[in-house]
Design a protein around this ligand. Structure first.
Ligand code: HEM
Length: 418
């Protein structure tokens, strides 16, 4: 269990919340969740209402059934992604002295349709399956190098040695940034993960740091385009207008937030399952063609992101009275373990009939990086199973998990024979 587990203070239930919809769950600090998140989720599905209100972390809604998560994800008029309304951001910028740095915003993830569409469109081409497939060989070479480095040691913390560095190095490569920046990026990812519910000013500072690290490269690629994502995005238009430095900074902070710790945690969940299941390692090593399907079933079985929304109007949703301004978490990990959607959801089953998981979300904000993430995950499993002998969890060093919006292992100590 994490040493940091201390429940946040419970607040009083607002009068409009029905008593039977209250369920006490702290998605950042619940001790059972931090010990074994998906076991805790299965227990929650059995005992909590499909939509409930928790008094923890300032009080908020949790949407957990597949049906309710699906509905809420698509209903952006009722569940908004605009935590700070665009009008307020414009007012903040207007109030700043001339020459102040631009406030980077992760767009399109924090803006609702219809404006969402114009910011999403340029990224769609940049992250298309074809564009991502072109990176596959480089990703494989990076994965192979990281695994060969740990192989002679007979054991390691997989999060620090492989799961963390791989997405960071892929990011640097895609963006045409020098590998020397790796330490800076990993420090920023760590900061991001260790502070899951930050003070908005801290979060702004972090985003400004990301934009500052990227600044010189952004300018260089505008003036000297190369074959990388930054150069490509400079050539796109947003709503018929040329991309500005501000737009480019927005995209960089978005991709930093959305792309780095997600893949890292996905690798952690998947490799933990493999380490616990030697028979699956043997099956996949003997039949590498099954790895793509296995990777999908691992995403369903261990879905791990929890996108937040803000309730946009007073309304009744799935029997719950909600008020404008309340927060609601789309608990995707529970939706993908809902027995009404997936038979025997706790079983990892390669021959499952329904494979339509929502680990990448659903609705207008569905993950733009899913093609890249899938390649990173599959290639990593392929290289791991081809290069390491059978591996197992180190019984002396139990896994520590973090909760929050991207839940996953902090440490994953593996052992193998050399
Ligand atoms: C296994 C890894 C990943 C998972 C599970 C994941 C999951 C998600 C989910 C659930 C959303 C929807 C968020 C919402 O509804 O508010 C999302 C959005 C997004 N993801 Fe991913 N993601 C992963 C990897 C990546 C990568 C590698 C990138 C790119 C480098 C990326 C880029 C994005 C972007 C840009 C959005 C925002 C899309 C929009 O708002 O229209 N993701 N992701």
């Amino acid at each position: 269990m994490s040493e940091l587990a201390a429940l946040s203070a419970a607040i009083a239930k607002p009068a409009h919340v029905a008593e039977h919809l209250v369920y006490d769950f702290d998605s950042f600090h619940d001790p059972a969740y931090l010990e074994n998140p998906h076991a805790r989720i299965l227990d929650m599905i059995a005992h909590a209402p499909p939509v409930f209100w928790t008094p923890r972390n300032g009080g908020h809604w949790m949407i957990i059934s597949h049906e309710a998560v699906f509905k809420a994800s698509r209903d952006f008029d009722s569940f908004s992604s605009e935590f700070v309304p665009q009008a307020q951001i414009k007012a903040m910028e207007a109030a700043m002295p001339p020459g102040s740095p631009h406030i980077p915003q992760p767009l399109p993830i924090n803006i609702d349709p219809p404006a969402h569409t114009k910011f999403r469109a340029p990224l769609q081409g940049a992250f298309s399956p074809k564009a991502m497939m072109a990176l596959k060989d480089d990703i494989r070479a990076l994965a192979a190098e990281l695994i060969e480095r740990i192989k002679p040691r007979g054991g390691c913390d997989f999060m620090t040695e492989v799961a963390g560095p791989l997405p960071v190095q892929v990011f640097l490569k895609m963006f045409g940034l020098p590998l020397e920046r790796q330490a800076q990026y990993r420090a920023l990812v760590k900061q991001h993960l260790s502070n899951p519910e930050p003070d908005p000013r801290e979060s702004l500072k972090r985003l400004m740091n990301v934009a500052a690290i990227m600044h010189d490269t952004l300018i260089d690629r505008r003036d000297n385009p190369r074959d990388d994502i930054i150069s490509l995005l400079w050539k796109t238009e947003i709503d018929g207008k040329p991309t500005t430095l501000g737009d480019m900074e927005n995209y960089c902070v978005l991709l930093f937030i959305a792309g780095l710790d997600t893949v890292m945690n996905g690798i952690g969940h998947g490799v933990r399952h493999l380490a616990n299941t030697p028979a699956l390692q043997a099956t996949l090593s003997a039949n590498p063609k099954l790895i793509a399907e296995a990777s999908e079933e691992l995403l369903r079985r261990y879905t791990f992101t929890v996108p937040p929304r803000i309730v946009a109007r007073d309304m009744a949703f799935e029997g719950a009275e909600m008020r404008k301004g309340e927060r609601a978490f789309l608990f995707l990990p529970a939706a993908d373990l809902d027995p009404r959607e997936f038979a025997d959801p706790e079983i990892f089953d390669l021959s499952r009939e329904n494979r339509a998981h929502i680990a990448f979300g659903t609705g207008p904000h569905r993950c733009l990086g899913s093609h890249l993430a899938r390649i990173e995950l599959q290639v990593l499993y392929e290289e791991l199973l081809a290069r390491l002998p059978e591996f197992r969890l180190d019984p002396a060093r139990p896994i520590r998990y973090h909760g929050g919006h991207v839940m996953g292992p902090d440490t994953l100590h593996l052992l193998w024979n050399v």
